[in-house]
Design a protein around this ligand. Structure first.
Ligand SMILES: Cc1cc2nc3c(=O)[nH]c(=O)nc-3n(C[C@H](O)[C@H](O)[C@H](O)COP(=O)(O)O)c2cc1C
Length: 304
Protein backbone atom coordinates (compact mmCIF):
# COMPACT_ATOMS: atom_id res chain seq x y z
CA UNK A 1 0.00 0.00 0.00
CA UNK A 2 1.34 3.46 -0.94
CA UNK A 3 1.56 5.30 2.40
CA UNK A 4 0.81 8.63 0.71
CA UNK A 5 -2.47 7.34 -0.67
CA UNK A 6 -4.91 8.82 -0.08
CA UNK A 7 -3.30 12.20 0.63
CA UNK A 8 -5.52 14.00 3.15
CA UNK A 9 -3.26 17.03 3.60
CA UNK A 10 -4.58 20.46 2.60
CA UNK A 11 -3.18 23.97 2.46
CA UNK A 12 -5.13 27.11 3.27
CA UNK A 13 -2.93 29.98 2.15
CA UNK A 14 0.34 29.36 4.02
CA UNK A 15 -1.39 27.13 6.58
CA UNK A 16 -0.77 23.39 6.16
CA UNK A 17 -3.13 20.87 7.72
CA UNK A 18 -2.43 17.13 7.89
CA UNK A 19 -6.09 16.51 7.08
CA UNK A 20 -9.17 18.69 6.43
CA UNK A 21 -10.98 18.04 9.74
CA UNK A 22 -10.86 20.83 12.31
CA UNK A 23 -12.75 21.44 15.58
CA UNK A 24 -15.01 24.53 15.36
CA UNK A 25 -14.74 27.51 17.69
CA UNK A 26 -16.81 27.50 20.86
CA UNK A 27 -17.45 23.76 20.89
CA UNK A 28 -14.03 22.55 22.08
CA UNK A 29 -13.07 25.19 24.66
CA UNK A 30 -9.34 25.89 24.62
CA UNK A 31 -8.55 22.26 23.78
CA UNK A 32 -7.46 20.98 27.20
CA UNK A 33 -11.11 20.44 28.21
CA UNK A 34 -11.23 17.63 25.61
CA UNK A 35 -7.68 16.42 26.22
CA UNK A 36 -8.76 13.10 27.80
CA UNK A 37 -11.56 12.49 25.32
CA UNK A 38 -9.90 12.59 21.90
CA UNK A 39 -6.51 12.33 20.20
CA UNK A 40 -5.69 15.79 18.87
CA UNK A 41 -2.84 14.32 16.83
CA UNK A 42 -5.47 12.73 14.53
CA UNK A 43 -7.01 16.09 13.63
CA UNK A 44 -6.14 18.74 11.06
CA UNK A 45 -6.55 21.47 13.64
CA UNK A 46 -8.51 23.12 16.41
CA UNK A 47 -10.16 26.54 16.41
CA UNK A 48 -10.29 27.75 19.99
CA UNK A 49 -13.14 29.66 21.63
CA UNK A 50 -13.46 33.27 20.40
CA UNK A 51 -10.98 35.54 22.20
CA UNK A 52 -11.49 39.24 22.91
CA UNK A 53 -9.01 41.89 24.10
CA UNK A 54 -10.40 41.88 27.66
CA UNK A 55 -12.04 38.91 29.46
CA UNK A 56 -15.83 38.64 28.97
CA UNK A 57 -18.42 37.17 31.34
CA UNK A 58 -20.96 36.31 28.64
CA UNK A 59 -24.77 36.40 28.72
CA UNK A 60 -27.18 35.62 31.59
CA UNK A 61 -28.46 31.99 31.72
CA UNK A 62 -30.11 29.98 30.29
CA UNK A 63 -27.56 29.95 27.49
CA UNK A 64 -28.35 26.69 25.68
CA UNK A 65 -31.66 25.27 24.44
CA UNK A 66 -32.12 22.14 22.35
CA UNK A 67 -34.33 22.42 19.28
CA UNK A 68 -35.37 19.75 16.74
CA UNK A 69 -32.06 18.53 15.23
CA UNK A 70 -30.28 21.58 16.59
CA UNK A 71 -29.00 23.71 19.42
CA UNK A 72 -29.66 27.36 20.22
CA UNK A 73 -26.82 29.07 22.08
CA UNK A 74 -26.41 32.50 23.55
CA UNK A 75 -23.12 32.10 25.36
CA UNK A 76 -22.33 35.76 24.69
CA UNK A 77 -18.70 35.13 23.75
CA UNK A 78 -17.51 34.40 27.29
CA UNK A 79 -13.72 34.07 27.26
CA UNK A 80 -10.57 34.66 29.30
CA UNK A 81 -9.19 37.51 27.14
CA UNK A 82 -6.11 37.47 24.91
CA UNK A 83 -3.41 37.90 27.57
CA UNK A 84 -4.67 35.04 29.77
CA UNK A 85 -5.16 32.92 26.65
CA UNK A 86 -1.55 33.35 25.58
CA UNK A 87 -0.23 32.86 29.13
CA UNK A 88 -2.45 30.03 30.41
CA UNK A 89 -4.04 28.21 27.47
CA UNK A 90 -1.63 28.36 24.52
CA UNK A 91 1.20 26.32 26.14
CA UNK A 92 -1.05 23.23 26.40
CA UNK A 93 -2.16 23.61 22.78
CA UNK A 94 1.45 23.91 21.62
CA UNK A 95 2.07 20.41 22.96
CA UNK A 96 -0.53 18.93 20.60
CA UNK A 97 0.45 17.71 17.14
CA UNK A 98 -2.25 19.71 15.36
CA UNK A 99 -2.72 23.20 13.89
CA UNK A 100 -3.83 25.87 16.37
CA UNK A 101 -6.22 28.44 14.95
CA UNK A 102 -7.33 31.29 17.20
CA UNK A 103 -10.83 32.73 16.72
CA UNK A 104 -10.86 36.45 17.52
CA UNK A 105 -13.65 38.96 18.12
CA UNK A 106 -14.15 42.61 19.02
CA UNK A 107 -16.60 45.47 19.33
CA UNK A 108 -14.34 47.79 17.33
CA UNK A 109 -11.91 47.30 14.48
CA UNK A 110 -9.00 48.43 16.65
CA UNK A 111 -9.68 45.56 19.08
CA UNK A 112 -9.42 42.97 16.32
CA UNK A 113 -6.11 44.49 15.19
CA UNK A 114 -4.71 44.60 18.73
CA UNK A 115 -5.52 40.92 19.36
CA UNK A 116 -4.02 39.94 16.00
CA UNK A 117 -0.83 41.84 16.88
CA UNK A 118 -0.54 39.99 20.19
CA UNK A 119 -1.03 36.64 18.44
CA UNK A 120 1.62 37.55 15.90
CA UNK A 121 4.12 37.94 18.76
CA UNK A 122 3.04 34.72 20.51
CA UNK A 123 4.65 31.41 19.57
CA UNK A 124 2.50 28.42 18.68
CA UNK A 125 -0.36 29.98 16.72
CA UNK A 126 -0.80 28.74 13.13
CA UNK A 127 -3.65 30.97 11.90
CA UNK A 128 -6.27 33.49 12.95
CA UNK A 129 -10.01 33.02 12.33
CA UNK A 130 -11.87 36.34 12.46
CA UNK A 131 -15.39 36.15 13.89
CA UNK A 132 -17.23 39.05 12.25
CA UNK A 133 -20.64 38.09 13.68
CA UNK A 134 -20.04 40.62 16.50
CA UNK A 135 -21.86 43.95 16.92
CA UNK A 136 -19.95 46.93 15.52
CA UNK A 137 -20.29 49.19 18.56
CA UNK A 138 -19.07 52.32 16.77
CA UNK A 139 -21.61 51.94 13.95
CA UNK A 140 -24.79 51.34 15.93
CA UNK A 141 -24.46 47.65 16.78
CA UNK A 142 -25.17 45.85 13.49
CA UNK A 143 -22.76 42.93 13.09
CA UNK A 144 -19.55 43.58 11.08
CA UNK A 145 -20.40 40.47 9.13
CA UNK A 146 -23.68 41.79 7.75
CA UNK A 147 -22.01 44.76 6.02
CA UNK A 148 -19.53 43.94 3.22
CA UNK A 149 -17.64 47.22 3.75
CA UNK A 150 -17.29 46.80 7.52
CA UNK A 151 -16.25 43.16 6.99
CA UNK A 152 -13.55 44.35 4.56
CA UNK A 153 -12.34 47.00 7.03
CA UNK A 154 -11.91 44.37 9.77
CA UNK A 155 -10.09 42.07 7.33
CA UNK A 156 -7.66 44.80 6.25
CA UNK A 157 -6.96 45.79 9.88
CA UNK A 158 -6.24 42.19 10.91
CA UNK A 159 -4.13 41.48 7.82
CA UNK A 160 -1.94 44.50 8.46
CA UNK A 161 -1.53 43.55 12.15
CA UNK A 162 -0.30 39.97 11.62
CA UNK A 163 1.69 37.84 9.23
CA UNK A 164 -0.35 34.76 10.22
CA UNK A 165 -2.84 33.34 7.69
CA UNK A 166 -6.20 35.08 8.16
CA UNK A 167 -9.46 33.14 7.76
CA UNK A 168 -12.58 35.32 7.91
CA UNK A 169 -15.60 33.51 9.37
CA UNK A 170 -18.80 34.58 7.67
CA UNK A 171 -22.25 35.08 9.13
CA UNK A 172 -25.21 33.41 7.39
CA UNK A 173 -27.55 36.15 8.64
CA UNK A 174 -27.36 38.08 5.37
CA UNK A 175 -29.25 38.10 2.09
CA UNK A 176 -26.21 37.29 -0.07
CA UNK A 177 -23.24 35.70 1.66
CA UNK A 178 -21.17 35.85 -1.54
CA UNK A 179 -21.20 39.67 -1.42
CA UNK A 180 -19.45 39.59 1.98
CA UNK A 181 -17.14 36.77 0.82
CA UNK A 182 -16.04 38.75 -2.25
CA UNK A 183 -15.51 41.88 -0.17
CA UNK A 184 -13.24 40.18 2.40
CA UNK A 185 -11.38 38.32 -0.37
CA UNK A 186 -10.61 41.65 -2.07
CA UNK A 187 -9.50 43.03 1.31
CA UNK A 188 -6.84 40.29 1.53
CA UNK A 189 -8.41 37.40 3.47
CA UNK A 190 -6.42 34.20 2.91
CA UNK A 191 -9.60 32.10 3.25
CA UNK A 192 -13.20 32.27 4.43
CA UNK A 193 -14.97 29.84 6.76
CA UNK A 194 -18.75 29.49 6.85
CA UNK A 195 -21.25 29.36 8.37
CA UNK A 196 -21.49 30.79 11.84
CA UNK A 197 -24.83 30.20 13.62
CA UNK A 198 -28.22 31.29 12.26
CA UNK A 199 -30.10 33.76 14.44
CA UNK A 200 -33.11 32.13 16.15
CA UNK A 201 -35.21 31.97 19.30
CA UNK A 202 -37.48 29.71 21.35
CA UNK A 203 -40.24 30.38 23.89
CA UNK A 204 -40.96 28.31 27.02
CA UNK A 205 -44.76 28.02 26.97
CA UNK A 206 -44.91 27.19 30.71
CA UNK A 207 -42.99 30.24 31.93
CA UNK A 208 -44.30 32.28 28.97
CA UNK A 209 -40.78 33.68 28.60
CA UNK A 210 -38.13 33.35 25.89
CA UNK A 211 -36.11 30.21 26.66
CA UNK A 212 -32.75 31.98 26.41
CA UNK A 213 -31.66 34.67 28.87
CA UNK A 214 -30.56 36.74 25.87
CA UNK A 215 -33.92 36.13 24.03
CA UNK A 216 -32.12 35.45 20.71
CA UNK A 217 -29.45 32.85 20.10
CA UNK A 218 -27.47 31.14 17.37
CA UNK A 219 -28.84 27.94 15.82
CA UNK A 220 -26.34 25.16 15.05
CA UNK A 221 -26.36 21.42 14.44
CA UNK A 222 -27.86 19.16 11.73
CA UNK A 223 -30.86 21.51 11.30
CA UNK A 224 -28.63 24.10 9.57
CA UNK A 225 -26.59 21.75 7.37
CA UNK A 226 -28.50 22.15 4.08
CA UNK A 227 -28.38 25.95 4.45
CA UNK A 228 -24.66 25.84 5.20
CA UNK A 229 -23.96 23.51 2.28
CA UNK A 230 -25.84 25.79 -0.13
CA UNK A 231 -23.87 28.81 1.08
CA UNK A 232 -20.55 26.96 0.80
CA UNK A 233 -21.41 25.86 -2.75
CA UNK A 234 -22.25 29.45 -3.74
CA UNK A 235 -19.17 30.93 -2.05
CA UNK A 236 -16.75 28.39 -3.57
CA UNK A 237 -18.00 29.52 -6.98
CA UNK A 238 -17.85 33.25 -6.14
CA UNK A 239 -14.28 33.68 -4.78
CA UNK A 240 -10.79 32.43 -5.64
CA UNK A 241 -9.65 31.87 -2.04
CA UNK A 242 -10.11 28.61 -0.09
CA UNK A 243 -13.45 28.01 1.64
CA UNK A 244 -13.78 26.09 4.91
CA UNK A 245 -17.22 24.48 5.36
CA UNK A 246 -19.05 24.53 8.72
CA UNK A 247 -22.60 23.72 9.77
CA UNK A 248 -24.21 20.61 11.19
CA UNK A 249 -21.48 18.20 10.09
CA UNK A 250 -21.97 15.09 12.22
CA UNK A 251 -20.34 12.25 10.30
CA UNK A 252 -18.01 11.52 7.38
CA UNK A 253 -20.84 11.54 4.83
CA UNK A 254 -21.80 15.07 5.89
CA UNK A 255 -18.17 16.18 5.66
CA UNK A 256 -17.84 14.61 2.20
CA UNK A 257 -20.83 16.64 0.98
CA UNK A 258 -19.00 19.85 1.90
CA UNK A 259 -15.72 18.65 0.34
CA UNK A 260 -17.64 17.70 -2.82
CA UNK A 261 -19.18 21.19 -2.85
CA UNK A 262 -15.60 22.47 -3.02
CA UNK A 263 -14.70 23.21 0.61
CA UNK A 264 -10.97 22.70 1.22
CA UNK A 265 -11.61 21.69 4.85
CA UNK A 266 -14.46 21.31 7.34
CA UNK A 267 -15.05 22.35 10.92
CA UNK A 268 -17.02 20.20 13.36
CA UNK A 269 -19.00 22.06 16.03
CA UNK A 270 -22.15 20.89 17.80
CA UNK A 271 -21.46 17.22 16.96
CA UNK A 272 -18.41 17.37 19.27
CA UNK A 273 -20.70 18.41 22.13
CA UNK A 274 -22.80 15.29 21.48
CA UNK A 275 -19.87 12.87 20.91
CA UNK A 276 -16.39 14.28 21.60
CA UNK A 277 -14.74 11.75 19.27
CA UNK A 278 -16.87 12.69 16.23
CA UNK A 279 -14.10 14.54 14.39
CA UNK A 280 -11.67 11.61 14.71
CA UNK A 281 -14.33 9.28 13.24
CA UNK A 282 -14.84 11.73 10.38
CA UNK A 283 -11.11 11.59 9.48
CA UNK A 284 -11.37 7.77 9.39
CA UNK A 285 -14.56 7.87 7.31
CA UNK A 286 -13.12 10.29 4.73
CA UNK A 287 -9.99 8.12 4.45
CA UNK A 288 -12.09 4.98 3.91
CA UNK A 289 -14.21 6.71 1.26
CA UNK A 290 -11.15 7.93 -0.67
CA UNK A 291 -9.43 4.54 -0.41
CA UNK A 292 -12.44 2.59 -1.63
CA UNK A 293 -13.03 4.91 -4.59
CA UNK A 294 -9.39 5.54 -5.48
CA UNK A 295 -9.55 9.31 -4.82
CA UNK A 296 -5.92 10.46 -4.47
CA UNK A 297 -6.34 13.89 -2.82
CA UNK A 298 -8.97 16.02 -1.05
CA UNK A 299 -9.25 18.46 -3.97
CA UNK A 300 -10.23 15.54 -6.22
CA UNK A 301 -13.44 15.09 -4.22
CA UNK A 302 -14.81 18.34 -5.62
CA UNK A 303 -17.66 18.13 -8.14
CA UNK A 304 -18.67 20.76 -10.73
C1 LIG B 1 -21.91 26.74 22.18
C2 LIG B 1 -21.34 27.37 20.94
C3 LIG B 1 -20.39 28.39 21.04
C4 LIG B 1 -19.85 28.98 19.89
N1 LIG B 1 -18.89 29.95 20.01
C5 LIG B 1 -18.33 30.49 18.88
C6 LIG B 1 -17.28 31.46 18.98
O1 LIG B 1 -16.80 31.81 20.06
N2 LIG B 1 -16.79 32.00 17.81
C7 LIG B 1 -17.27 31.61 16.58
O2 LIG B 1 -16.80 32.12 15.56
N3 LIG B 1 -18.23 30.67 16.46
C8 LIG B 1 -18.77 30.11 17.58
N4 LIG B 1 -19.76 29.15 17.46
C9 LIG B 1 -20.21 28.73 16.11
C10 LIG B 1 -19.55 27.41 15.67
O3 LIG B 1 -18.14 27.53 15.60
C11 LIG B 1 -20.10 26.98 14.28
O4 LIG B 1 -19.80 27.97 13.31
C12 LIG B 1 -21.60 26.75 14.31
O5 LIG B 1 -22.02 26.16 15.52
C13 LIG B 1 -22.09 25.87 13.14
O6 LIG B 1 -21.45 24.62 13.15
P1 LIG B 1 -22.10 23.29 13.85
O7 LIG B 1 -23.50 23.18 13.34
O8 LIG B 1 -21.19 22.17 13.45
O9 LIG B 1 -22.08 23.54 15.33
C14 LIG B 1 -20.31 28.54 18.59
C15 LIG B 1 -21.26 27.52 18.50
C16 LIG B 1 -21.77 26.92 19.65
C17 LIG B 1 -22.79 25.81 19.51
Amino acid sequence: MNRNFPDLSVTIGSLSLKNPVVLASGTCGYGAELGDLLDFGCLGGIVVKGISLEPRAGNPPPRLVETPCGLLNAIGLENVGIDAFIRDKLPWLMGMDTAVIVNILGDEIGEYAEIARKLDDAKGVDAVEVNISCPNVKSGGAAFGTDPWAAADVTRAVKSATSLPVIVKLSPNVTDITAVAKSVAEAGADAVSLINTLLGMSIDIDTRRPSLGNVFGGLSGPAIRPVALRMVWQTVRAVDIPVVGIGGISDANDALEFLMAGACAVEIGTATLVRPGTAVGIVEGITAHMESRGVPAIKDLRID
